[in-house]
Design a protein around this ligand. Structure first.
Ligand code: NAD
Length: 487
């Protein structure tokens, strides 16, 4: 049974200086659950159009930077209301182009709006200038806008990872050129258009395409800040591309997040078991901060694996994203599916045992889409590719460890350091957590469940530079400007 009703394909255009701009060539975005269905069309923005978008943003900046924080917040709040009113339509589009189940797509809108609300509530105090009278005179510290922000987002959370940049950047007085990912360009473009409808022309511009357009955004001298979320390898190109013009950057990159279960963890805690399963397979495992490798103390390892399989088989129902029974949808694209398969195959070749998890709700749907049955990988080596690389898909290795020092070492030898989680008696878990190199460490839950937009989020090492969310996530779109008035 196919749940998704046929719907008309949508078309999005580039948005430059308040106008929709047609492109000579268009790309089609297929539905990962049914690749023969085109969900919509998006343009391939030319280099000339990208330059126009950047120049429009640079021009709009001259007046936008002078607006009051009250005006910016009022406009953003109106945009939030419009997104809320269009939520169902946006969620359906997101689910069809991305492959994430409807509940998950609603979750993405929920987090996006929560963050946008937070920025509206906090911007005035985060950006308030500080005046200090001191023995040498008076100092004014202001948070000035940086200029034109190139916001480049990935496909896995296309709306959340676009609005995470748009809201604080605009509230801080910057203008934006957004480039969503070609693997999920439609819903993000719709949301950006809704926001743009509440702002003056040129304050938000949207371009489409992949690396070619990205290169213009990251080299053009009018762009003064890059806000990028995506892969670590792409970030290396961006850093090189931006080096000639020394741009400010916030980079949110890959992760290979570990979940560590200490000897004191209670394997009979069903709620915790469900949490770890969800945090391995939500969004089909395609989340930067999902637990991608699980380490379990050897004394509880066998029981843990048994309980884990039971919990996974209860929660994982693989099906059509529009089926309300579905918890896990298809992988977003064929490239990603093949990559994940290659890692599982590599582990198998090296002698690992691969255990399929969950229930396939409809074999016909499964066969037609980019589906992968979730798997548990046991008996692999600590340095197998599936443990060391960011698999970004529905598979997870579970490995035993003997003592805390060993597991802390395994955690910290990764090139990544985005999030981590430690499970067990709280005092023991906090002691371990303090020694982990990660931007966020959760105790007895995982980052996908405990994400709190009030606190900064970002990575150690090759997981990124800078922070989003929290007050820091607003101030990151400013330059600190000191004005000294000596006595
Ligand atoms: P990606 O790096 O392939 O693409 C991200 C964006 O960069 C896309 O819009 C793409 O078109 C653009 N791009 C590609 N080449 C470019 C270039 N040379 N110059 C400028 N832009 C270029 O990443 P992806 O596959 O879309 O997303 C998955 C990755 O994102 C994973 O590694 C994941 O961990 C990471 N991610 C990180 C976070 C975080 O907060 N740390 C959040 C979500 C995803």
């Amino acid at each position: 049974m196919t749940i998704q009703a046929h719907q008309e394909a949508v078309t999005v255009e580039a948005l430059i200086n308040g106008q929709n701009v047609k492109s000579l060539s268009q790309s089609a975005k297929e539905n990962p659950a049914n690749p023969s269905e085109v969900v919509g069309y998006f343009p391939v923005t030319t280099k000339e159009q990208a330059v126009e978008a950047i120049e429009a943003a640079a021009n709009a900046f001259k007046t936008w930077k002078k607006t009051s924080i009250e005006e910016r917040v009022t406009r953003m709040r109106k945009a939030i209301e419009k997104i809320r009113a269009a939520e169902n339509e946006i969620v359906h589009l997101l689910s069809r182009e991305h492959g994430k189940p409807l509940y998950d797509a609603h979750g993405e809108i929920y987090v996006s709006l929560m963050w946008m609300e937070f920025t509206c509530n906090e911007a005035a105090s985060a950006l308030q200038e500080e005046i200090q009278e001191h023995e040498k005179g008076k100092t004014i510290l202001s948070y000035d806008p940086i200029g034109v922000v190139a916001a480049i987002s990935p496909w896995n959370y296309p709306i959340a990872l676009s609005t995470i940049k748009i809201a604080p950047a605009l509230l801080a007085g910057n203008t934006i050129v957004l480039k969503p990912s070609p693997y999920a360009p439609l819903a993000a473009a719709k949301v950006a258009e809704i926001i743009a409808s509440e702002f003056p022309a040129g304050v938000i511009n949207v371009v489409h395409g992949d690396a070619e357009v990205g290169v213009e955004l990251t080299t053009n001298p009018h762009v003064t800040k890059i806000a990028f979320t995506g892969g670590t390898e792409t970030a290396k190109h961006i850093i090189k591309a931006a080096s000639d013009t020394i741009k400010d950057m916030t980079l949110e990159l890959g992760g290979n997040d570990a979940a560590i279960f200490l000897e004191s963890f209670d394997v009979n805690d069903e709620r915790a078991m469900r949490r770890i399963v969800v945090s391995n397979f939500l969004t089909t495992g395609q989340i930067c901060m999902i637990a991608k490798r699980v380490y379990v103390h050897r004394s509880i390892y066998d029981q843990f694996v048994e309980k884990y399989i039971e919990a996974a088989n209860r929660w994982i129902r693989i099906g059509d994203p529009f089926d309300p029974n579905t918890t896990v949808g298809p992988v977003n694209n064929l490239k990603q599916k093949d990559y994940v398969l290659s890692l599982v195959e590599d582990a198998k070749q090296r002698g690992a045992k691969v255990i399929p998890l969950g229930q396939i709700l409809d074999q016909k749907v499964f066969d037609q889409g980019y589906y992968l049955q979730p798997t548990l990988v046991l008996g692999c080596d600590a340095h197998d590719r599936i443990v060391v690389e960011e698999q970004f898909g529905p598979t997870v290795p579970i490995l035993p460890f003997d003592d805390e020092e060993q597991v802390i070492g395994l955690h910290n030898e990764s090139i990544y350091g985005l999030t981590s989680s430690v499970w067990g008696k709280e005092e023991d878990a906090i002691l371990v957590a303090r020694q982990l190199e990660a931007g966020t460490t959760m105790i007895n839950t995982a980052a996908v469940q405990g994400l709190d937009v009030r606190f900064p989020f970002g990575g150690f090492k090759q997981s990124g530079i800078g922070r989003e969310y929290g007050t820091e996530g607003i101030r990151t779109y400013t330059e600190q400007h000191v004005i000294n008035i000596p006595k």
